[in-house]
Design a protein around this ligand. Sequence first.
Ligand SMILES: NC(=O)c1ccc[n+]([C@@H]2O[C@H](COP(=O)([O-])OP(=O)(O)OC[C@H]3O[C@@H](n4cnc5c(N)ncnc54)[C@H](OP(=O)(O)O)[C@@H]3O)[C@@H](O)[C@H]2O)c1
Length: 289
Amino acid sequence: MKVLVSGATGFIGKQVVQFLQGLGQIRVLTSARNEAKLKQLGADYIVYDLDQEPENCYERLGRPEVLIHLAWEGLPNYQESFHLDRNLVNHYRFLTSMIAQGLPSLTVTGTCYEYGLQNGCVQEEMPADPTTCYGLAKDVLRRRLEALQQEHPFRLRWLRLFFLHGPGQPDRTLMAQVNQALAAGREAFDMSGGEQLRDYLPVAEVAALIAKVALQPRHDGIFNICSGQPISVRRLVEEHIAARGGRLRLNLGVFPYPAHEPLAFWGDPSRLRLAVAAFEEEQNHAANP
Ligand SMILES: NC(=O)c1ccc[n+]([C@@H]2O[C@H](COP(=O)([O-])OP(=O)(O)OC[C@H]3O[C@@H](n4cnc5c(N)ncnc54)[C@H](OP(=O)(O)O)[C@@H]3O)[C@@H](O)[C@H]2O)c1
């Protein structure tokens, strides 16, 4: 099977490629704009800017059977209008062209910000209610792709990712900043109150889940990519520091809680578990036909 990963050089993309390479029996194709970064992945690659005219894009990108579409530009800047004005427009144009030209199965990464300010355990069937341009762009992209299914039959898996940490995390992220403070031998670390409940997973685990949902044969639709286990940000940071044998005093309450996030929310992983079980079943069947 040929699987194309767009945005393969990103924080998550690198790990998705690594997971797919470990599966065997899959030809992994990768794409992004920066050739030097693509080369480092050790997979077949096509330099491709999805803002360009998508003429013959399916052919040029190697006619994959599955596209795992991770590319997205300009993160985080959640309230900037380019998510709607540029990304939504260009990504829809690219994905529509891929499908019209023959792509049979599409997996796209959305975000937990599609749920907006809803507190508690969020489930896929709850109405989306985004409050950021980023969340809105992703939600509209999903709806437009669902509408496209009336015209072209294709499989669509829409993955709402929650919070991630791990190797390669951008410097701006909380855990990267904690690591920097530890490495610099600082005594104290300024943060928010830390009482907010979040759903965090290591990036390698998220990457494996993305690939499993994309490759399983049975379930379509929306999936939360989450642990289902809320943890306070304060505890997450304290555990992270303790696991590294470090010492860092937390200056809690220095920064306000982000206005675009509810105080306590986490994902329901029930649909995700069904998809992962379908993947494992398929793998077992392939190993013991
Ligand atoms: N990281 C998170 O915590 C998180 C949480 C929820 C959802 N997500 C979603 O997960 C996906 C991956 O996130 P990430 O953190 O891995 O992002 P990232 O590190 O910023 O990587 C973005 C990738 O997209 C490529 N890209 C950007 N613009 C492009 C263009 N015009 N044409 C072709 N490729 C382009 C980049 O490569 P080049 O610049 O070389 O082209 C890079 O490979 C995104 O869709 C994001 O919305 C991420």
